[in-house]
Design a protein around this ligand. Structure first.
Ligand SMILES: Cc1ncc(COP(=O)(O)O)c(C=O)c1O
Ligand SMILES: N[C@@H](CCCC[NH3+])C(=O)O
Length: 421
C-alpha cells in the first residue's frame, strides 16, 4: 500500500499535500510517511511470527531520531555501527538490550559506551577486535555478549559496492575459521558467545544468495553446538531489496523471506534477529525538489533541479535508479519530453537520471524522487557548501520538520579562523 498518492491531481504524503510542505520548508527536502514505516516493520515482525525474534532496524539507512523513536516504540530493536548511531538509538528511547552493534572498526570508546549503557550483543568482525573487546569488558568487570559475523563467501548478486559476503570483502571472519574463533572466545574472560551473525549485502533481489548463506549458518550452528558452544541466537542481517523501478522489478516479499528463514534455520530453535534497513525506510521516503531551469541540450533537455548529488548520492555512487514523478499530475495529452535530470554541483556525476521520459516541465515545477527514505539524508554532505536539506515526517494529516535546514550562519559558524592567521 502506497502512502504517496495523487489526490485531485496533487501528490500527497498520507493526507498532506506535498506543495503545502514545500511552501512551508522550501525545497529540496525529504518527506517520510509514518504509516509506511509502521507497515514495513510490521511486515517483518509478521514474517517471523513463527519464532522468538527481534527485528533490528539498520540505523544506517535512516537515522533521524523521530524515525528511530517511531520504530522503537513499535518494539523494534536497532542495528548500529558507530558510537553516533548507538547514541541516536538510545536518544530515541531504545533500551540497550534491543541494540546490536555491528561494524568492522569498533573502537575501545565505542565498546565502553555500549557496555556501560547496555547492549544486546556485539557482532564481532575480526580476531583483533575480539581480543580488544574481551580486554575492555574485563577492565570494566563485565562480560560482553557476542556473535561472530561469519563471511560465508556467497555472491549476493547485487552492486559490487554493497556486496559484503564474498571472501574478498572486508566484512566478517571466514566461515572456515569460525570454529577456531569460537574456541578462542570460550577461553577469553570478557566474552560470552551467544550466537552467529551473517550479512551478505544490500539490495538483494533474489532469495537464493540468502538461502545459501543461511544454510551455511545452519551447518555451523550444529558444528558449534557439537563443539560445546551454546548457540541460541542467529542474527541473519539485512539486505532484502526494494523495487526501485516500479514498472519492472518485484523483489521477494518479507513473508517469502521469513518462510525461507524458517526452511533454512527454523529447525535449530534459535531466537532470530534480522537487520533490515532499506526495506523499512526506502519506500517510506521521497526527496522533493524543484526545477530551477530547463536548459536545451543537443538531443535531450537538461532539467536542472535544486537538489544535487550531495543531497542524494545514490545515483552518482552506484548508478542507482530512482523513479521520478511530477508533484502535479500531468493532464492527459500533456506533451512528453526526455530529460537528463541534474543538480547544480560542478561535477558531471551530479546527474540523477539520463534520458528520462517525463511530461514536459518548466521552471518552479516540483518533482519527487521515490524510494529515497533509505541511504538518502544519511549519506548527504555539504559539498559545494550546500546546507543539508530538511527532513519532514507525516502522520495522517499532521506533519513536522524533524530536522531543520541549517542556516548559512550555522554552516559557516562551524569553521574557525585561527587567531594567528
Ligand atoms: C551489518 C548490516 N546490517 C544491516 C544492513 C542493512 O541492509 P539493508 O538496508 O540492505 O537492509 C547493512 C547494510 O548493508 C549492514 O551492513
Ligand atoms: N548505501 C547503500 C547501501 C549500503 C548498505 C550498507 N551496508 C545504498 O544506498 O544502496
Amino acid at each position: 500500500m502506497d502512502h504517496f498518492l495523487y489526490r485531485d491531481g496533487i501528490l500527497h504524503a498520507e493526507d498532506v499535500a506535498i506543495p503545502e510542505i514545500a511552501a512551508q520548508v522550501g525545497t529540496p527536502f525529504y518527506v517520510y510517511s509514518a504509516a509506511t514505516l509502521k507497515r514495513h516493520i510490521g511486515l517483518f515482525t509478521e514474517a517471523l511470527d513463527w519464532a522468538d525474534h527481534l527485528v533490528c532496524f539498520a540505523v544506517k539507512s535512516n537515522s533521524n531520531l523521530a524515525v528511530l523513536k517511531l520504530l522503537g516504540d513499535l518494539g523494534a530493536g536497532m542495528d548500529v555501527v558507530s558510537g553516533g548511531e548507538y547514541r541516536r538509538a538510545r536518544a530515541a528511547g531504545v533500551p540497550g538490550d534491543r541494540i546490536v552493534f555491528s561494524g568492522v572498526g569498533k573502537t575501545r570508546d565505542e565498546m565502553r559506551l555500549a557496555l556501560s549503557e547496555g547492549i544486546r550483543q556485539f557482532n564481532l568482525e575480526s580476531e583483533p577486535e575480539m581480543r580488544v573487546l574481551s580486554q575492555v569488558a574485563t577492565e570494566m568487570g563485565v562480560v560482553a555478549p557476542v556473535t561472530v559475523r561469519v563471511n560465508p563467501d556467497v555472491d549476493a548478486k547485487t552492486h559490487a559496492k554493497i556486496s559484503t559476503g564474498k571472501s574478498e570483502n572486508k566484512f566478517g571472519i571466514p566461515i572456515a575459521r569460525s570454529r577456531d574463533v569460537y574456541a578462542e572466545i570460550a577461553n577469553l574472560p570478557g566474552l560470552k558467545a551467544v550466537g552467529i551473525d551473517v550479512h551478505i549485502g544490500s539490495q538483494l533481489t533474489e532469495l537464493e544468495p540468502f538461502r545459501q548463506a543461511y544454510q551455511k549458518v545452519a551447518e555451523l550452528t550444529e558444528a558449534l553446538r557439537a563443539d560445546g558452544h551454546d548457540i541460541t541466537r542467529l542474527d541473519l542481517g539485512g539486505g532484502l531489496g526494494i523495487p526501485y523501478e516500479r514498472s519492472n522489478s518485484a523483489p521477494p516479499l518479507p513473508l517469502e523471506y521469513g518462510q525461507m528463514i524458517r526452511e533454512t534455520v527454523g529447525h535449530l530453535g534459535c531466537e532470530i534477529e534480522i537487520e533490515p534497513g532499506r526495506l523499512v525506510s526506502g519506500n517510506a521516503g521521497l526527496m522533493v525538489t524543484s526545477v530551477i531551469y530547463v536548459k536545451e541540450g543537443e538531443g535531450q533537455d537538461f532539467l536542472i533541479v535544486d537538489a544535487a548529488m550531495n543531497d542524494l548520492v545514490r545515483p552518482a555512487m552506484y548508478e542507482a535508479h530512482h523513479d521520478i514523478v511530477p508533484v502535479v499530475e500531468p493532464s492527459p495529452g500533456q506533451e512528453k519530453a526526455q530529460y537528463d535530470i541534474v543538480g547544480p554541483i560542478c561535477e558531471t556525476g551530479d546527474t540523477f537520471a539520463k534520458r528520462r521520459d517525463l511530461d514536459r516541465l518548466q521552471a518552479d515545477d516540483l518533482i519527487a524522487f521515490r524510494s529515497a527514505g533509505a541511504y538518502g539524508a544519511v549519506m548527504a554532505s555539504e559539498y559545494n557548501s550546500r546546507p543539508l536539506i530538511p527532513e519532514v515526517l507525516v502522520m495522517g494529516d499532521q506533519y513536522a520538520v524533524i530536522r531543520a535546514r541549517p542556516t548559512y550562519e550555522e554552516m559557516l559558524g562551524r569553521d574557525t579562523i585561527p587567531a594567528w592567521l
